[in-house]
Design a protein around this ligand. Structure first.
Ligand SMILES: [Zn+2]
Length: 273
């Protein structure tokens, strides 16, 4: 692995009560969430993304591009076209044609919409997630146009081989650098992705928890937002327990929830760190 770093696709402004413990509904205090994408540059120059955020077209005009029904997911989105991951990579000197894989932590539109901006990218999704995507076409979270626009998808099966305490995994390239982990609960086929350059690993957990406090022991989650959007609460709690175990794993991985801006601020933002 040549490099691994993280970027946020714009900022999401939301009242704090939706994601903070104990924040009162009456409180109109504004907070911020990130939309964190992991960028992995492999030794052969290929680039792998974990999630993509919204596409360039959606970043430029969230409400107009998504339509009224799905624009709810973009409420509070503060972005311009320059926030799209394709533009950010270009700005850093990377060729978008080098992006070969976009791994979907899950297939909600704010996580995979940007795959259409990469002509050579294949979307990687777990089998359970893909079947959820197909079976809920009118869900505000899933948007089938995103896949029609990109056109290439690979469905993968995780094996019952535990890693970092997660019950199943898939070593995508067979070299241990990028490993999908079973983190269902938020959706039917949510995965986390371990990124290992041989030093300290990162685990992008998608929306398995929105904020790192949610899976902690006190105060325990889920937040109001996580309760509203959950697929299976029992599975979500199982995954919270796994996340706590993973954090205590001997290699001390850094867990990265997509929308936790506090965690995002601590992460490397470019190959130079
Ligand atoms: Zn999300």
């Amino acid at each position: 692995m040549r490099a691994r770093f993280f970027r946020t696709i714009g900022e999401i402004r939301v009242p704090k009560f939706v994601y903070e413990p104990g924040a009162l509904r009456e409180s109109l205090e504004a907070g911020k969430m990130s939309m964190t994408v992991a960028v992995i540059e492999r030794n052969d120059g290929a680039i792998v993304l974990v999630d993509s955020g919204y596409s360039e077209a959606v970043c430029a005009n969230p409400i107009g591009a998504l339509g009224w029904f799905r624009s709810l997911s973009a409420l509070g989105m503060d972005s311009t076209a320059d926030d799209a991951i394709v533009r950010q990579l270009e700005e850093l000197g990377y060729d978008p044609r080098k992006v070969t894989h976009v791994i979907a932590t899950h297939m909600h539109l704010d996580h995979i919409g940007g795959v259409c901006d990469f002509p050579n990218a294949e979307l990687i999704a777990s089998r359970d997630e893909f079947s959820a995507f197909l079976s809920i076409p009118r869900s505000p979270g899933y948007r089938q146009e995103d896949l029609v626009a990109s056109g290439r998808i690979r469905i993968v099966d995780l094996k019952e081989e535990g890693r970092y305490g997660f019950p199943a995994s898939l070593d995508l390239f067979g070299d241990g650098e990028v490993v999908l982990l079973d983190a269902r609960g938020h959706t039917q086929g949510s995965v986390a992705v371990a990124i290992d350059d041989g030093k300290r690993p990162y685990i992008h957990i998608g929306d398995a928890a929105y904020q790192s406090w949610e899976y902690g022991l006190a105060p325990s989650g889920p937040s109001r937002l996580a309760s509203l959007t959950v697929w299976d609460k029992a599975k979500l709690y199982d995954t919270y327990r796994v996340l706590r175990e993973a954090e205590n794993h001997e290699r001390r991985p850094v867990l990265v929830p997509s929308h936790d801006v506090g965690v995002y601020e601590t992460l490397p933002k470019s190959a130079e760190g």
